[in-house]
Design a protein around this ligand. Structure first.
Ligand SMILES: [Zn+2]
Length: 253
């Protein structure tokens, strides 16, 4: 099988298209024929050595993969060759205290696909069976790959970490980003009134197209006052904040 591998880190790093042996599933693994893989900011951080993680090179990047199961390990139950699947980006252990209580995203022994093990910029991908989800026929591989990490993060924030009721004001930060663009659409689907932010007219226009009722210019330091004005000095019910630093502090204004 062929894979794109990062050979040396840098800005830009060095990539090579390589011919590698076909993957063999371990007893609990599935081997997937990759049909689409998203390009996530994690891939750029991997390339530029910008992650606080030890990385072994060469490494096949790609943390947002979707495809069709090709082979299964001997103890795999419930999955067969031919099944369409989405692949989780964060490969969790399923055994630690956090996994046991359903907080998989806090897993103590998680591995990031495409960072700590080879990812989806390849014709084949091998992951434990618990890392795959069934992909409905109506969802394309490309849409799945675009949603895997950013989309699931926004979904988790809006439906597990918080409750959105119809009519609530939701401020979705950075509406043109992966998490922000997903959050606008999910919040809108839950009946919220959505405000978003963007640093350029193009980004603000995209946020509007995705369903934001109002957009504010994040390069204007008075944007929190603008949000207060839009909401009649009431403020918003929920902020989807995924940027951090000064921006997080500004959200409280
Ligand atoms: Zn765990």
């Amino acid at each position: 099988m062929r894979a794109i591998q990062l050979v040396t880190q840098g800005q830009p790093g060095t990539f090579e298209l390589r011919e590698l042996p076909d993957l063999e599933p371990g007893t609990d693994d599935v081997v997937i024929r990759v049909h689409a893989c998203g390009l996530n900011h994690l891939d750029l951080w991997l390339e530029a050595a910008g992650l606080p993680l030890a990385v072994t090179l060469p490494r096949t990047p790609g943390c947002e993969a979707a495809g069709v199961i090709e082979r299964v390990g001997v103890s795999v139950a419930g999955w067969r060759p031919g099944d369409r699947v989405a692949v989780q980006s964060n490969l969790t252990c399923g055994e630690c205290e956090y996994c046991q209580r359903g907080d998989d995203s806090m897993c103590l022994r998680a591995e990031l696909l495409g960072i700590q093990r080879d990812g989806g910029f390849a014709e084949q991908l091998c992951v434990p069976q618990r890392a795959v989800s069934r992909l409905p026929a109506a969802v394309s591989f490309e849409a799945s790959a675009a949603l895997t990490l950013a989309g699931s993060t926004a979904m988790h924030m809006l439906t597990n970490r918080a409750t959105v009721r119809p009519g609530d004001w939701v401020l979705a930060m950075a509406g043109a980003s992966g998490v922000g663009s997903s959050a606008i659409q999910i919040a809108g689907g839950l009946g919220a009134r959505v405000i978003s932010t963007g640093s350029t007219p193009e980004k603000r226009s995209l946020a509007t197209q995705l369903g934001a009722e109002f957009v504010v210019d994040s390069t204007d330091a008075t944007w929190p006052a603008e949000v207060r004005r839009i909401t009649g000095k009431r403020g918003v019910d929920l902020v989807i904040e995924h940027i951090g630093g000064d921006v997080l502090a500004k959200c409280f204004d």
